[in-house]
Design a protein around this ligand. Structure first.
Ligand code: N01
Length: 536
């Protein structure tokens, strides 16, 4: 611990996105702790700081994609569109950080490279890339679930003479596609958002699709003055609704069942949901994510829509040849995605049939052909959920490495604490609803729970909290049980299962029991003096 900048704190938070900002506010302003946030980026924003790719926009509607801890803040801020775009979210998070004077306690451009728990002192020692060391009693990771970019290890990228970019590490100055031949790999939520915008500027866009994907129109629009007024007047009601819905959204899942609804009526319901647009499509029927028969009706509807939009039958067949249940992978929403394939400057390559084998100096080579391009866009996703935690080299009691403890997959209690890692809290970690929930709702619940927990520890004159191994076993079982009651594990190549990263253990990572159930469990645990945790 001999480094120059050896700062001792009550709490250290890693990450200055939605989670880190609110956790800082809670611990500093409500508990009066000395707190610092270390952030790898040059500003606040987290995922939105890095994901500046063309078309980047949230899929939660703006009136629920924000903090709700302050009704004053909810009345002060005004969103301009149905879904907030990346730039507007950045303005919002900067507005919040400035309003609550948060930036003075955030150290930017500081990537954490190790975090080590010292038993003798009951302190965490955290190091940054530039060699600084920080000492803190409590360590909170607010590193996001989708912040470790996955650039697939396809040979030859170093030989490629053009430029390449991963969407999750997009240059701040932007990329000029004018007159360029662009090859984009990946058709997840990101690729589906980026393709129409790139196609509108590039000379030619070739999309390389491995797994065909569903998408429903977002139907983004500017918000009317009337709706903005409604949001201001009903800030409290909107907050209450997001606490009463399965996934923290502003809409409820309908009570009716697809399998019990006559086909013509079902078609009318899907048609209306398609026209309304957005993630609400999956709320059309309550059995959509638990019954394959019900899900097939939604899948069939969307596949027919794809075939009716895309004019070239061969392209339409490749796009609609979808092998997993609807919404078993994260369901994208889009603006003119399938319509983009009707443009003369867009083509699709099926890399399931003809895999990408290597990059050449000129472009992308599949088993069948070489596609010369000037720019390659990797919309290839992330080492999700565990990736951002494991890359920080976290070591707990006895210097045991988190990567060894999680060798067979993540194991923790409530998604919040790991046995053997005292006083370490993970916001939206694996085993929490996180990515299956509207993120700010999940984040506020976690940060509030952690704040109450630390308050309790201090009030009782305690020093340490640590998940008990038996509580971890119980929680892992609960996470598996609730996932197995749904169709979610059936998308065997999904990042929810870690299947997008070669060699990663296949474990269903998020908690699929819903935010309401999760919140209740966390409340009960706290009310029972933190049952399942060892306090000392
Ligand atoms: O990443 P993904 P993403 N060769 O992992 C393909 C959130 N998000 O960045 O399916 C060829 O979903 C891969 O193919 P396959 C949201 O939670 C939200 O799009 O593995 N292809 C897939 O098509 C989302 O789910 C918003 O076969 C390869 C794609 O790359 C999450 O972020 C917007 C390949 C990756 O899709 C991640 O989305 C954007 C290879 N070697 C993102 N490797 C909104 O709020 C990967 N692929 C709207």
């Amino acid at each position: 611990m001999s480094d120059a900048a050896n700062t001792e704190l009550d709490a250290l938070v890693i990450g200055a996105g939605f989670a880190g900002l609110y956790q800082l506010l809670c611990l500093r302003d409500r508990l009066g702790l000395s707190v610092k946030v270390l952030e790898a980026g040059g500003g606040v924003g987290g995922t939105w700081y890095w994901n500046r790719y063309p078309g980047a926009r949230c899929d939660s509607e703006s009136h629920v994609y924000w903090y709700t801890f302050s009704e004053e803040l909810m009345r002060e801020w005004e969103w301009s569109e149905r879904y907030p775009g990346q730039a507007e979210i950045m303005r919002y998070l900067n507005f919040v950080a400035d309003k609550f004077d948060l930036k003075r306690d955030i150290q930017f451009n500081s990537r954490v490279t190790s975090a080590q728990y010292h038993e003798a002192t009951n302190r965490w020692q955290v190091r940054t890339e530039d060699g600084q060391t920080f000492i803190a009693k409590f360590l909170v990771t607010a590193v996001g679930c989708l912040s470790t970019a996955n650039v697939p290890a396809i040979p030859g990228l170093q030989n490629f003479k053009g430029d390449w970019y991963h969407t999750g590490q997009w240059p701040h100055e932007g990329v000029d596609f004018t007159g360029k031949r662009v090859g984009m790999i990946g058709t997840g939520s990101t690729g589906i958002q980026a393709a129409p915008v790139i196609a509108a500027r590039a000379a030619h866009l070739t999309v390389f699709q491995r797994t065909a994907n569903y998408s429903v129109p977002a139907r983004n629009v500017p918000l009317t003055a009337e709706f903005k007024k409604y949001v201001k007047q009903h800030a409290g009601d909107i907050r209450a609704t997001t606490h009463q819905t399965y996934n923290g959204m502003g809409f409820k899942v309908d009570d009716r069942k697809a399998v019990e609804t006559p086909p013509e009526e079902r078609e009318t319901i899907y048609e209306a949901a398609w026209e309304r647009g957005g993630l609400q499509f999956r709320a059309s029927f309550q059995d959509m994510l638990v019954s394959k028969e019900a899900n097939d009706t939604a899948a069939d509807f969307i596949k027919r829509k794809i075939r009716s939009i895309v004019r070239d039958p061969k392209t339409a067949a490749i796009l609609s040849d979808i092998d997993h249940p609807y919404a078993a992978k994260r369901p994208p929403i889009d603006t003119d995605y399938f319509e983009t394939y009707n443009r003369p400057n867009v083509s699709l390559v099926d890399v399931r049939a003809t895999p990408i084998e290597r990059f050449s100096a000129a472009g992308i080579c599949t088993s069948e052909a070489e596609y010369p391009v000037d720019i390659i866009v990797f919309a290839t996703g992330f080492d999700a959920m565990t990736g951002p935690l494991l890359r920080m080299n976290i070591r707990g009691r006895g210097s045991v490495a988190l990567k060894d403890v999680w060798e067979a997959g993540p194991r923790n209690y409530l998604g919040l604490q790991i046995a053997g890692f005292p006083n370490l809290f993970t916001i939206t970690g694996p085993g929490s609803p996180s990515v299956l929930c509207n993120m700010p709702v999940a984040i506020e619940q976690h940060a509030d729970w952690i704040t109450d927990c630390i308050k309790f520890i201090r009030a009782k004159g305690l020093e340490r909290i640590e998940a008990r191994p038996e509580a971890v076993d119980r929680w892992v079982e609960e996470v598996n049980d609730v996932a197995n009651k749904t169709l979610l594990p059936l998308a065997t190549h999904s990042w929810y299962l870690g299947a997008n990263i070669p060699g990663k253990p296949r474990v269903f990572m998020p908690y699929a029991g819903g935010m309401i159930r999760y919140r209740e469990i966390c409340q009960t645990v706290a009310a029972q003096d933190y049952e399942g945790f060892a306090l000392s």
